[in-house]
Design a protein around this ligand. Sequence first.
Ligand code: AMP
Ligand code: TRP
Length: 326
Amino acid sequence: MTRVFSGIQPTGNVHLGNLLGALVHWVEDQHRSDSLYCVVDLHALTFPQDPTELRSTTLRLAQLLLAIGLDPDVCTLFVQSHVPQHTQGAWIMECTASVGELRRMTQFKDKSAKAQFVSGGLFTYPALMAADILLYDATHVPVGDDQRQHVELTRDLAERFNSRYGQTFVIPEATYPRAGARVMDLQAPTSKMSKSAESAAGTILVLDEPKAIERKIKRAVTDTETEVRYDVAAKPGVSNLLSILGAATGRTPEEAAVGYSQYGPLKTDTAEAVVELLRPIQARYTELAEDPAETRRLLAVGAGKAEEIAAATLARAKEALGLLPG
Ligand code: AMP
Ligand code: TRP
């Protein structure tokens, strides 16, 4: 049996890169495997957050995930802090990891170099992530490239725990989005579209209005040639538009290129495809946003389902460790 687990932080706005690179796969995977998806609000605390903002971003992200197509009758969707076993499991993982291992995490090195305040939690973040995954006996963890190292660490910790204390955790495997799912910044097409981009004009948000989407795509950086072809090295801007158009219409970028000889029509059609892709998501989101109580109810059901699994795994781990039963 395969079980999928993935998490997304409630910080910033969800953009087209998150959608095409990660979230559309979550929606597909839920029908193929037993899947759990988690809004990892505890991970967001590794940097100081505004409380009002965090609360609302967490709820809105859950609503967006439902709007994209996560079906709470099919998968388990929940908020990390609603399931207390995550922090308990994190402690066990912190005591399984070495300081040297945590220090080698490139995300910690990058983020701590840029931050004014480096919390202890930022350093132990991968132990919490390992607990997230191991508590559910997840076999597959769909993540982007930047999280690859954290999943590798999770495997090492699970193996170490099992060899010290006996078979307890399932060894998970990272899975990566299929090709073509890397969406680049419209203004700087050699960098990934990201919430921390320098210019908002380079990033399409899932909740952007159609007019804003059209404007951003119309102004997307291309190149001085005029030929439309998929060639990431020579034509990063045009290639990005082709991969967006392809992903939004279920084709490869090469297939999407057929029939275009000018940038103008390519941009018009890409904008239209993105607007059409997002239209039903935005409509469902608006409905869900009008009824926050219903979202909270769905999240409570999700947390209940998650806790049942997490509690059993944690009990197994505590027993293996020799913690005296209460
Ligand atoms: P982040 O916004 O960096 O926390 O990423 C959340 C998820 O979206 C991760 O699985 C990333 O790999 C994925 N993701 C983020 N940016 C992009 C992008 N520009 N293209 C494709 N996938 C992305
Ligand atoms: N660290 C991940 C990120 O920033 C989010 C995350 C937390 C996660 N726990 C997870 C992803 C468990 C996969 C599995 O994107």
